[in-house]
Design a binder for this molecule. Sequence first.
Ligand SMILES: [Zn+2]
Length: 474
Amino acid sequence: MTDTTSPAPGVADDAAAASALRAHVDALFPALQSDLESLVRIPSVSAAAFDQAHVAASADVVAALLRDAGLPDVQILRSARPDGSPGAPAVVARRLAPQGAPTVLLYAHHDVQPPGDAATWATDPFEPVQVGERLFGRGAADDKAGVMAHVGALRALAALGEDLAVGVTVFVEGEEESGSPSFLQFLTDHRDALEADVIVVADSTNWKVGVPALTTSLRGLVDGVVEVEVLGHAVHSGMFGGPVLDANTQLARLVATLHDDAGNVAVDGLVVGAEPEVDYDEAAFRADSGLLDGVRLAGEGTIAGRLWTKPALSVIGIDATSIAHASNTIAPRAAAKLSLRVPPGQDPAAAEDALRAHLEAHAPFGARVTWKPGEQGKAFHAVEDSAAMRAARAAFATAWGTEPVDIGVGGSIPFIADLLEVFPAAAILVTGVEDPDSRAHGANESVHLGELRKVVLAEALLLRQVAGLSGAPA
Ligand SMILES: [Zn+2]
């Protein structure tokens, strides 16, 4: 990234800067941990049933942290949700780029999931407790550690004292755990303030303790309801049963055509991506999912491929006569809600067309099959050879001493699609502080402090790389 052999005046070379930054991160880490603990003590649950004063309080604390980290322009902002109600408070903090220099947007969220049943926690969810190298508490990983990664990187760079030619915008959302309902409106309302060349989303996971990862793919989603009708009205099962198959049975037969005998999705025309470079250990997968002894895994190929690069289709709801209301009649209609996860490279609209065509072509016994579309969400696949991605890989490799791996996530991060829609030219880097033991959303959530330290260093290195120091003014 530099075309000269000596760095610009006042700017250390990369190796010297990396070791100086590492020393700064080590020196500032105790204070950073203490600030993370203060954030964890604020029960900023964004779910509607919880007191939203705590979400406002955590926004205030995050704003103060960003102001103290040297960002001159800090605001707490809200946008309207689709129903017209105000969204949760988000913090936007900026330091403008010098003329011609790039801008990096650093994303995290300060709201948390509800704690769930307190009896399932070994410690108080909102009183941080360090055990060994892990700090336990709700939000300690997801995503208050993401907030502190941004704060820590800015503190470390300030301690290094270079004049970086890069604009920094930190955007800390307050309702990610409630589905980001005002996110798209927020991006639209504050488009100019949030516009960036590189977007770092610190809300995902690393591969394991000691091995960093970039999340380069997320599956998209198509859902909807398939309805099967066989009769104009219910009839007596003794008088008509035999020649007429009830709608519940016909729906079951139709649903059964959606997978082959091995458990692969059997809908023609769906994209199947390449196998990932890493795999999920089967024993760990069985334990993590709570699969019962003796239940076999469905589908073929690697487990990671089945989760990240292949489609998955689930029945997530059924409308049928309940057992309590069952009578000896032949059901005239039944319906199922289907949820189809689609891999990167699959257009959700095309996937929905394929699913609808499959359902119509497999109507059992000529039953009337209708499809009612639901939601669609786009899959995400990072541009793997962008300058920003190369800079991120180099920063991770320096911070951990080992190359990062590319991972996928089987679910979606809905706001990534919103970011892509509003900022199609930005390079989006999905990073994070979690590891497989972090138990985000579950009881006994924790962050590995050694990993958090590396994330802080990696992010500081990344910002310095993006600044393209060779061209910076002295
Ligand atoms: Zn999160």
